[in-house]
Design a protein around this ligand. Sequence first.
Ligand SMILES: [Zn+2]
Length: 342
Amino acid sequence: MRKICELCHSENFLNFEKSDAKNRTKLQISYCQKCSLIQQKDIPSNDDLRIYYSHNYRQDYKSTYSPKPKYIHRAGLAALDRLQFLESSIKLSNQSLLDIGAGGGEFVYMAKKHGLNASGIEPNIGYSEFSQKQYSAEVKTAMLSDLKESSADILTLFHVFEHMANPKNVMKKLYDSLKENGYLFIEVPNILQKDSSPHNIFFKAHLFYYSKFTLNSLASQYFDLIKVNDDGNLKMLFKKRTMPSHQQLPTLEEVQYIADRIGKKGWFEYLFFGGGIFKPFLRIEKMISESLINRLSPQQILDKLYAERNEYSNPLSKRNIKRWGGWSSAGGLGFLCFEAFC
Ligand SMILES: [Zn+2]
């Protein structure tokens, strides 16, 4: 069967072979020379994907139904960053938020704690039951295709969209599932990011590899772009259009830019421009902070992170006053030493 680009319908591909980051099996990857979207050569059917995500996916990658404390800790930190990203553009109150592919429910729990009317759907029954049991989170076992129309003020998809076949149909479904003036927040791995090791880019489960240009192009028929952050992973916030419009493909300059950036990807860029050289030190710091939470329950881990983030963001918190005290004492001491030697 002939392959046609999911974004621009071109048949003009460069094909190459890569290895899956987890189990090193071979993957056939296609790069569209017209629009620059990178995609797997063979896209599974929706039925195959439903079976895979309902039963196998979590075990393939994490070997367990219940996440380890360190994964909950990481998911909690990511949830706080995502709430901050949302809050920098939207005044959050008690809007209805639906997290699609909610995993263990950490974001739903944090968003609820933050005052949102948050719920989620997750195809894997083990994970949706975990979030109901551990966080009393409203996470149903379901896929996007099970959603009713016009149900949420905000839809979120974190590291989910790259797993979905037929991304254009998915955008239409997301448009129909949002209320008027609703927001869509998508986070995916960023094919242009410099901080991912060349061994850690291609995955069997990732059907598409997006840049801000290709993801914006896919959304452009139904959504206006509000905010983008592509420092590491790609975070994009969109607002629902009043009426669907025409799709805007990436411009020639953007396609050229993506081709140039992809040409530069490799170990040199990762180590010296993506911070790869510092990763072993950061890993030690991470191991220390994660070792402190091993005896806490999943909910206690998230509560602790939420309380700490609030304390740091409040300038009048005791912790910050103590920090300023420490810095001003250190500054004072430094000034005295300087005086003594001059
Ligand atoms: Zn294309």
